[in-house]
Write a protein that binds this ligand. Structure first.
Ligand code: AHR
Length: 513
């Protein structure tokens, strides 16, 4: 697969002329292959420099690691699926197409999948990736718990199988943001749970990577004013080692305010299950920078440069003080250093206008210096100026004024089955492409199969209601088009008996976002 075609801005009713298409196609061929991005492009940026964010959308609560020659990134999806992006370069994560590594059908542990973290740990059959996340039940956030997948081998891309729900057997209650601390050959589970009005931080011993073996112990509550903005919250704990020192960096205040920030606990060598062993730093260690237009920075992870010489922090933030705790949060990265006293110095969150040096040893070229310059395509429907091709969950639709607008915005790729056709990727279900499943129109993640390539490739043919517009014909089912029948968006066969309304529903024009 290739990174999105850069739609030529300002061409509102876009039908790709062959020349334009092949120009773009030439550019595309130098870009990524299936789900892996080399971050190479011949038109942007300088080798070894990049700008934040790493994604335009859906980058909250990120976890990023460098392993065996590749960077791997996963983030909160708010759906019943977990995604992983892979790239040889850090900047290449910006165009790597996320792969779905797990989808949940069990209604007791679905939905609202948050805060992924993945670790290579020793399992009963040797080293395996243990992928932790929060999930719950449909329609509520009151049933969130922490769960873990186990990989079949040592590939972070999987495959994975569901392993367990992690809970304190003496106190099985709401819990989120699970994270693993390995200290003196003992595994501990860090997580966030409620104590009255205070979302607090707990630690518990683990007997293996998927089992909490003892009672949870409170190690931090939101006591400072800077931890109590919007709500009293300590969450997103992550262990950070530096020489002989151990810290827990955590997020404080509610995630929906610009004042969401990072705090720090320092381990003093006592029993890690005792709150007295963790000394809270009286001030935040990383917080918003209005002058850099970075708001609500938090819920972080840590990773090393490929050569192991640099410490990096990955976190999410909003571009606006009005940004909330939703899919608008994007993933950011920056290097950090250490203070004289051995504590981490995260500095302040860098502006998305600032080019930063990539991790040492990483000479990737930033393929998308500014996502705002990478316009998205919408397919306006002939029936109404506000009607667009869209999705409701993973089901295709032609909706009037679809909300959020991201449900009707797409990146366009050369067709997987025919580069003279197109494949159409959702921007806010970033692993999902438009396919037909029989006559059902839906969005699905690419499984790399030839069958998927066929179903995810669309010919843009002259519009049935106006040949200056287009219709979308499945590459593997010519003579059919996307339209609406009996009130449902579906494939319909093009026959003389198609009524005018169905012809109009079958007719679109590509407009920029
Ligand atoms: O972003 C979703 C959840 O919101 C995160 O897991 C948690 O840290 C925050 O409360």
């Amino acid at each position: 697969m290739c990174a999105p075609l850069f739609i030529i801005k300002g061409m509102h009713f876009m039908r790709y002329s062959k020349a334009t298409f092949f120009l773009i196609l030439t550019l595309m061929m130098s870009l990524s292959v299936l789900g892996i991005s080399q971050g190479q492009s011949d038109e942007n940026g300088q080798p070894g420099m990049l700008r934040n964010p790493l994604n335009p959308y859906g980058g909250a609560d990120p976890w990023l690691t460098y392993y065996d020659g590749y960077y791997y990134l996963s983030a909160t999806t708010w759906r019943s699926e977990l995604l992983m992006s892979k790239s040889e370069t850090l900047a290449g994560l910006k165009t790597a197409i996320p792969q779905q590594i797990y989808a949940e059908s069990d209604p007791s542990r679905c939905c609202n999948m948050w805060a992924p973290e993945f670790y290579l740990l020793d399992g009963p059959n040797g080293p395996r990736w243990y992928f932790y996340y929060s999930a719950g039940t449909s329609g509520t956030l009151d049933n969130q718990h922490t769960h873990v997948l186990e990989s079949e081998g040592t590939d972070p891309m999987g495959p994975y199988h569901y392993k367990a729900r992690l809970y304190d057997p003496t106190n099985d209650v709401w819990a989120i943001d699970g994270s693993v601390l390995q200290l003196d050959d003992q595994l501990y589970f860090l997580f966030s749970s409620w104590v009255g009005p205070n979302q607090s931080m707990f630690i518990a011993e683990m007997s293996d990577p998927w089992t909490i073996s003892g009672a949870r112990h409170l190690i931090s509550q939101p006591t400072y004013d800077w931890e109590r903005v919007g709500a009293n919250v300590n969450e997103g704990p992550v262990a950070l080692f530096h020489e002989d020192d151990l810290f827990i960096i955590y997020s404080a205040s509610t995630c929906s305010v610009p004042d969401y920030k990072l705090g720090m606990l320092t381990y003093n060598g006592g029993d890690p299950l005792m709150q007295s062993s963790w000394e809270k730093h009286p001030e935040p260690v990383f917080q918003q920078s209005p002058e850099n237009d970075v708001f609500g920075p938090g819920h972080n992870g840590f990773f090393m440069s490929p050569d192991g010489t640099e410490n990096w922090i990955v976190y999410h933030a909003n571009d606006s003080a009005a940004g909330g705790c939703d899919d608008g949060r994007t993933t950011r990265v920056q290097k950090f250093t250490w203070n004289e006293d051995g504590t981490p110095n995260f500095g302040e969150p860098v502006s998305t206008e600032t080019e930063i040096a990539a991790p040492s040893g990483d000479n990737g070229i930033d393929p998308v210096p500014d996502f705002a310059e990478q316009p998205k395509v919408r397919y306006q429907n002939y029936t109404h100026e506000l009607a667009f091709l869209s999705h409701n969950d993973d089901i295709g639709a032609i909706d009037i004024d679809p909300r959020p607008i991201a449900d009707s915005q797409f990146y366009i790729y050369p067709g997987f089955a025919d580069e003279n056709a197109v494949s159409i990727r959702s921007i806010n279900m970033p692993a999902h492409f438009l396919i037909h499943d029989g006559n059902v129109i839906k969005f699905a993640p690419n499984d790399g199969s030839d069958e998927f390539a066929q179903k995810a490739t669309w010919n843009t043919i002259p519009g049935l209601a106006d040949d200056e517009w287009i219709s979308l014909e499945p590459y593997d089912q010519p003579g059919w088009v996307i339209s609406r029948q009996f009130g449902v968006t579906a494939l319909v066969k093009v026959t003389d008996s198609l009524n005018e309304q169905m012809r109009e529903y079958a007719t679109f024009r590509e407009v920029s976002d």
